[in-house]
Design a protein around this ligand. Structure first.
Ligand SMILES: [Zn+2]
Length: 155
């Protein structure tokens, strides 16, 4: 009886440890590779300063710029890449980062930057990426206002 209960305890502890390690492991290593490359584009800091306004308590994540061969020319009219579902995507935000499509004709005000910043900001505040675009920033005029401000200064 004593042995059986210890055995059960051991199995239970191992199972729990497995779950805990599994969760930690997933948390540490499930970071998916983001499309694109992180680097500083010309006028990026100016554009980010305009788009990431004072009401936002944190900083935006690094931006992976998706360009060149990573873009799918059959996706129109915006430069986009195809996600694992085969959908044309011009921007993506995950808990781990942000990717934005960019070709030679692109400017910040037409890019997905403000849209992805809205996802990022809602995530920082609510811990929800708001994939359905129903959160407070998507209900507000933040994206339109930001793109207008960017456009007014030629970015
Ligand atoms: Zn979105």
């Amino acid at each position: 009886m004593e042995m059986k209960s210890r055995w059960f305890e051991t199995v239970l502890i191992m199972f729990c440890a497995g779950v805990v390690f599994g969760v930690i492991f997933a948390g540490c290593y499930s970071e998916p590779p983001m499309p694109g490359k992180v680097y500083e584009k010309p006028y990026q800091s100016e554009a980010v300063k305009i788009a990431w306004t004072n009401q936002f308590p944190d900083t935006p994540s690094e931006i992976h710029w998706v360009e060149g061969d990573e873009l799918d020319p059959t996706c129109v009219p915006q430069p986009t890449w195809r996600n694992h579902n085969g959908d044309c995507v011009d921007g993506m935000t995950t808990p781990y980062g942000m990717s934005i499509a960019w070709d030679s004709t692109m400017v910040y005000s037409r890019s997905a930057m403000a849209h992805e910043f809205a996802h990022r900001e809602e995530f920082l505040i609510t811990n929800d990426l708001d994939e359905n675009h129903i959160g407070f920033l998507f209900k507000s005029s933040y994206i339109q206002d930001t793109n207008k401000l960017l456009s007014e200064v030629g970015l």
